[in-house]
Design a protein around this ligand. Structure first.
Ligand code: HEC
Ligand code: HEC
Length: 322
């Protein structure tokens, strides 16, 4: 330091009072320029000491100093986890009367209680975000193989009680004895029909869904349809909810209505699986979920709505849910 050329601080004999300002100097001088020892303003010092005191009090009262595995707990015993637990407890308590009422009310009677229905629908919306969006999408619009729950096209039925049953037991879910069950045969893979016959059936399905004009192939397909498919999809292809067999005449496709998708469907068959929710969420939440799904736009009123193709359901007593 001492070898630096140029100006360097030199300690003067001592501090003195600077005459024009009346303030003491710190006692340093740089090329004759002295530094004044101006005191901090009082307001600043007051705030500074208040902050110090606050920090000390805070560190004693609240969790503050990190230790090896956790922080010092603080005298007040406050923690963000404890706060969350308290809020959850309060929320559970707030919901308890609603949940009790919902538990006591048969699902079919829910529509007659608008306040409870509204609360259930809101609860169902939250539960849907947790349990259902992975497959049915955030807006419940579904995707290939996962049905859109907003429309009025139902595989298994759209009244609130039927939806609740679907949720409770799942669809083709191996872990549940009462799961919704039905399996379309793999007509091509299992050698029931030849490739040419499947092509004729595809032409027929495309004709009844008004995607293509009815041609010769479609006419041959119609005969095959009556023999092989009508038992589940109904003579006119309108579907059968007892069996979860989709309506083939509308523009709504679970797996696709183009020639390639239809060929694959008829060759291999499909068999969508939805887990049973009975063991995963509590019965009240199932009611809430059913209320929410029912509210999405396609909800149906009366449980009598499972009308189409009731005739062919007779052949399916082992599948149907009486
Ligand atoms: C692992 C994927 C998966 C999850 C998670 C899932 N679903 Fe499904 N869900 C499906 C599939 C696949 C089908 C169609 C099954 C079939 O082909 O019949 C279905 C069908 C349904 C149906 C029947 C629709 C109809 O047209 O009859 C309803 C209602 C439904 N789901 C609601 C829900 C709700 C509510 C949840 C959340 C609790 C949920 N799903 C979670 C896969 C899932
Ligand atoms: C045993 C009942 C049964 C028979 C017989 C049957 N199906 Fe199906 N079919 C179903 C079921 C159930 C589904 C829905 C599968 C799913 O949800 O994963 C289905 C789905 C389909 C689909 C898919 C529809 C879509 O929206 O993507 C087509 C197409 C179809 N069937 C055509 C046929 C044709 C053609 C025949 C006759 C060769 C036939 N089915 C015979 C039960 C049957």
């Amino acid at each position: 330091m001492a070898e630096h050329p140029g100006p360097s601080p030199t300690r003067s004999a001592g501090s003195r009072v600077d005459v024009p300002t009346g303030t003491a100097t710190v006692g340093h001088q740089w090329d004759g320029i002295e530094e004044l020892d101006t005191p901090m303003p009082r307001w600043w010092l007051t705030i500074f000491y208040a902050c110090v005191v606050f920090a000390i009090v805070y560190a004693i009262a609240y969790p503050a100093i990190p230790l090896a595995t956790r922080a010092t707990p603080g005298l007040l015993g406050w923690s963000s986890r404890g706060e969350l637990a308290k809020e959850l407890t309060a929320e559970t308590a707030r919901q308890a009367p609603m949940r009790r009422a919902l538990a006591a009310l048969p699902i079919a009677a829910l529509a007659g209680n608008p306040a409870l229905l509204d609360a259930a629908t809101r609860g169902g919306r939250s539960a849907f975000k947790v349990h259902c969006v992975q497959c049915h999408g955030g807006g419940a619009a579904g995707s290939k193989g996962y049905p859109n729950l907003n429309d009025d096209d139902w595989l298994w039925g759209g009244d609130i009680a039927t939806i609740a049953t679907t949720l409770q037991h799942g669809i083709r879910y191996p872990g549940d004895d009462e799961t919704r069950q039905s399996q379309m045969p793999a007509f091509g893979r299992d050698g029931i029909l030849k490739a040419g016959q499947i092509a004729d059936l595809v032409a027929h399905v495309r004709a009844i869904s008004r995607q293509a004009p009815a041609n010769g192939a479609a006419t041959r397909g119609a005969a095959l349809f009556a023999e092989n498919c009508a038992v589940c999809h109904g003579p006119a292809g309108m579907g059968n909810r007892e069996l979860g067999a989709p309506n083939l005449t509308d523009a709504i496709w679970l797996y696709g209505g183009d020639t390639a998708s239809l060929t694959t469907t008829i060759h291999n068959a499909r068999g969508g699986v939805m887990p049973a929710w009975a063991g995963r969420v509590d019965p009240v939440t199932i009611k809430m979920l059913a209320a929410y799904v029912h509210s999405l736009g396609g909800g149906e009123a009366a449980p009598v709505a499972a009308a189409p193709a009731a005739a062919s359901a007779a052949t399916a007593s082992d599948h149907g849910r009486g």
